[in-house]
Design a protein around this ligand. Sequence first.
Ligand code: TRP
Ligand code: SF4
Length: 351
Amino acid sequence: MTGLERSRVLSGMRPTGRLHLGNYMGALANWVKLQREYECYFFIADYHALTTDYANTENLRWNTEEVALDWLGAGLDPERCVLFLQSAVPQHADLHLRFSMITPVSWLERVPTYKEQQENLSEKDLSTYGFLGYPLLQAADILLYQPKFVPVGQDQVVHVELTREIARRFNQFYRVGEREVLPEPQVLLTPAPKLPGTDGRKMSKSYGNTIELTDSETTVRQKLKTMVTDPARMRRTDAGDPDKCPVGDLHKVFSTPERMQEVYEGCRSAGIGCIQCKEWAADALVQVLTPIQERRASFTPAQAMEVLRAGSERAAGRAAATMREVDQAMRMPKLSAGADAAPAAVAGATR
Ligand code: TRP
Ligand code: SF4
């Protein structure tokens, strides 16, 4: 801690189980950088997992543990940032309920991902109230902590935009004196490098083409061996083009400029074979993964959950402060003394 006021940042991730390189490059690596400069709050969005997987919760605990371990392995430092679990901070549910009162249903139906996801995940019944309200839960996640920035990928930008609209609407109805209780946060767009999976499509758990942060060196090398390459390079003697090859894309993200040079020259002149090139790519991946795995192995699952517990306590302190202002702005009745409204005497109540 610097003691200086740092801008606050908040972001969340669903408990999808063990994270892969796409999750790392698309979010986690960026979070690790942000923790040096900002007051960071990062949480595991287990309620969000319920919005689509309510019928399938048997892996929720294990998945949460694995994500927490991957976070610690990647270098998120509980001394520098608040790492917490959404469902352990009851204020998320509370603020979500307040937002559900003030949001027209049409705003939610208009969110592009709503219809899209319902169609994409047609095997699940997503005609639920919770799934429709998902963006409000996200708005609550964010606005509870009054962050300045919300680092997210392109796919989440519409949700942060809606969060801003919800904040504006809340602030129009309710305020404490002149003060806006829920300032509008800004998107901090995470640049996501093109990261192909082993089949050449975008790396994604649902495609089964991932390289996980926990994959051993043997596994990484095995996965690389079967990775697709530039289709023009059928034989060893054919020249290829790293710009048209998923392995080339991996090199661009993980290899040094010198190695990149060797790849371009070797591939375009058929001077190197794909086997060699893939070994180099595997070398680069192993270099990234090894320190992550070593750090990960220094925590037990119980320790990782303890990090989340302690973080959730800190987060709840922050969230409770916001909710006191929300209650005050909304002029909610208060039964206990010390609230802003004139306390009513509670007959017979002694504490
Ligand atoms: N909806 C996000 C996702 O699916 C996760 C998330 C939930 C989130 N609440 C958030 C991200 C608040 C940023 C801020 O990836
Ligand atoms: Fe791809 Fe490397 Fe083979 Fe070229 S040499 S096609 S970049 S794997």
